[in-house]
Design a protein around this ligand. Structure first.
Ligand code: V07
Length: 255
C-alpha cells in the first residue's frame, strides 16, 4: 500500500519506500552530478541529445520524490562552465531544456511549494533560457518547500575566484580588514550564500570525480556513486543513496 507522509501536500503523488528510511534523518541538502546522459543514448544508437531529454524526465521524478521526502535543498549540476566546449547543436539543445522543463512542469512546482533558484553565471546564457528561468525563480520566490537549485554555467573555482575578487574590492575600499576575513565570510560570498552545505553528493555513471562542482561546500559531505547512467536513475536508487547516507557515521573529523 502506498504510504502518504504528513509533509506531503500533493494529492497526486505517493511514494513507496522499501528500505526503511529514517524520516527524521533525511539529508537536508542533496547535490547531484547527473552524468551519463550521452553514453546512455550512444548505447541505444541514439543522438546524445536524446539522452539529455530523457535525463530531464528523471529530474522531474527525483524533484517530486525529494520534495515528498522533505529534502530542503536539491542542487542539480545541469550545465558546467566546461560544457561550452561541446558541439554547438548539443549546447543549443541543452539551453532549450530549461524552457522545455518549465513550460510543462512549472505549475506542478508551484503546486508543490517548490522554490526554484540557480547558482552559476546565468547572465551569459541565451535570452530565451534566462527568461524562462527568471520567470520560474520569480513565480516561486515565496514558496517555502524544497529549494530546487540548478547549477547552470557553474564552475566552483570561478565561483571562489569571484568571491576573492569581491572581498579584495572591499578591502581596497577600506570597508573590510584582512584580519576580518574568515571561513564564514568567504562562504557568504559564494553563489550558495544562505543555503546549507550539502550533506550528500550523488554522482551517476560510474565517474568518481567532483569535476569542479561545489569544491568548498562539499568539504564534509558524504559521497555516493552509482554505475547507473542518469537517464536510468530512479526513486529507488535515490532512496538507496539516502539509506546508505543514514547508515554512515558522520563524525565531522571528531571521534
Ligand atoms: C538539463 C537534463 C538533466 C540531465 C543533465 C543535463 C541535461 C533540467 C534543467 C533545468 C534548468 C533550469 C531550470 C529548469 C530546468 C536543465 C540544462 C540541462 C541546461 F530552471 N534539466 N536540464 N538544464 N539536462
Amino acid at each position: 500500500m502506498p504510504i502518504k507522509f504528513p509533509f506531503t501536500k500533493s494529492k497526486k503523488e505517493s511514494i513507496q519506500p522499501t528500505l526503511g528510511l529514517d524520516y527524521k534523518q533525511i539529508p537536508k541538502h542533496v547535490a547531484i552530478i547527473m552524468d551519463g546522459n550521452g553514453r546512455w543514448a550512444k548505447n541505444r544508437g541514439m543522438p546524445r541529445i536524446a539522452g539529455h531529454k530523457e535525463g530531464m524526465s528523471v529530474v522531474k521524478k527525483i524533484v517530486r520524490y525529494a520534495s515528498d521526502l522533505g529534502v530542503s535543498v536539491l542542487t542539480l549540476y545541469a550545465f558546467s562552465t566546461e560544457n561550452w566546449k561541446r558541439p554547438k547543436n548539443e549546447v543549443d539543445f541543452l539551453m532549450k531544456l530549461p524552457v522545455d522543463f518549465l513550460s510543462t512542469y512549472l505549475p506542478e512546482l508551484i503546486e508543490k511549494n517548490v522554490r526554484v533558484q540557480t547558482i552559476g553565471e546565468t547572465s551569459i546564457l541565451p535570452a530565451h533560457t534566462q527568461k524562462a528561468i527568471s520567470e520560474a525563480v520569480e513565480r516561486t520566490s515565496n514558496n517555502t518547500g524544497l529549494i530546487l537549485n540548478f547549477a547552470l554555467n557553474y564552475g566552483s573555482r570561478y565561483e571562489m575566484v569571484d568571491a576573492v575578487k569581491e572581498i579584495a574590492g572591499k578591502v581596497k575600499e577600506g570597508k573590510l580588514l584582512p584580519e576580518d576575513i574568515n571561513e564564514e565570510m568567504f562562504t557568504s560570498h559564494l553563489y550558495t550564500s544562505g543555503l546549507l552545505e550539502p550533506d550528500l553528493l550523488i554522482r551517476t555513471s560510474g565517474e568518481q570525480r567532483l569535476s569542479n562542482f561545489l569544491l568548498w561546500q562539499l568539504a564534509y559531505a558524504e559521497f555516493w556513486f552509482t554505475e547507473v547512467y542518469w537517464p536510468d536513475f530512479d526513486e529507488a536508487l535515490f532512496e538507496k543513496a539516502l539509506y546508505d547516507y543514514q547508515n554512515r557515521k558522520r563524525r565531522y573529523g571528531g571521534i
